[in-house]
Design a protein around this ligand. Structure first.
Ligand code: ITT
Length: 199
């Protein structure tokens, strides 16, 4: 089965391809040019659906009727009143890089004199099948963020995130260990049950 990923985040593409090795997983940018999608939903699932629909529409215009998968995700930090949540990609400003977002979070934690705070990642996966039917699944990963970065594995906020039960950040821990806790992998496992039914 072939599925098209409605994301231009290379970290997400890498993790999804690695986990779904038995599927043909193609980022939409392999078929058409990348374009901006306004994520104006109020929840992760709304934004995941917005991205999947936008990519499906553009692909259909080019003659591709494909199964589309999108991921909307983010981190929520207790010491920051559970921000940035759905605004995680824009935390460091419009067009912020993963590093800008991470640095902004460290700065905010230090400004509050917080060296460690409870936090969790959320992922919403949207699937749109070839008949336009929409499905969503979710997954969460709990742990702590700290005000110092360690390692450069993973992506985004991973160098400051310590999963519950571990003593090192996801920047240091192996990709396989992240897989065992990952919000995205939990949501992808549920999404696979749906994909298997579409087959
Ligand atoms: P697309 O919309 O093209 O998929 P994006 O990076 O803009 O890419 P989101 O809007 O879903 O994606 O924003 C997700 C943000 O949360 C982004 O800043 C990521 O760095 C962060 N994030 C999500 N999952 C993560 C993970 O597993 N590890 C580290 N950071 C993560």
């Amino acid at each position: 089965m072939r599925v098209i990923l409605a994301t231009s985040n290379r970290g997400k593409v890498r993790e999804i391809k690695e986990f779904w090795r038995d599927l043909e997983v193609i980022p939409y940018t392999d078929l058409i040019d990348a374009f901006e999608i306004e994520e104006n939903g109020l929840t992760f699932s709304e934004n995941a659906i917005i991205k999947a629909k936008a990519v499906r529409k553009s692909l259909l215009e080019k003659g591709f009727n494909e199964i589309i998968i999108s991921d909307d995700s983010g981190i929520s930090v207790e010491a920051l009143s559970w921000a940035p949540n759905i605004y995680s990609a824009r935390y460091g400003g419009v067009n912020a890089s993963g590093d800008d977002n991470l640095n902004k979070m460290i700065k905010e934690l230090k400004a509050k004199n917080v060296s460690q705070s409870r936090a969790y990642y959320t992922a919403a996966i949207a699937i749109i099948d070839k008949n336009e039917k929409v499905y969503t699944t979710h997954g969460w990963m709990h742990g702590d963020v700290i005000d110092e970065r360690f390692g450069d594995k993973g992506f985004g906020y991973d160098p400051i995130f310590i999963p519950k039960g571990e003593s090192q950040t996801l920047g240091v821990l192996d990709d396989k260990i992240k897989e065992g806790y990952s919000h995205r992998i939990k949501a992808l496992k549920l999404a696979k049950i749906i994909l298997d039914k579409l087959h």
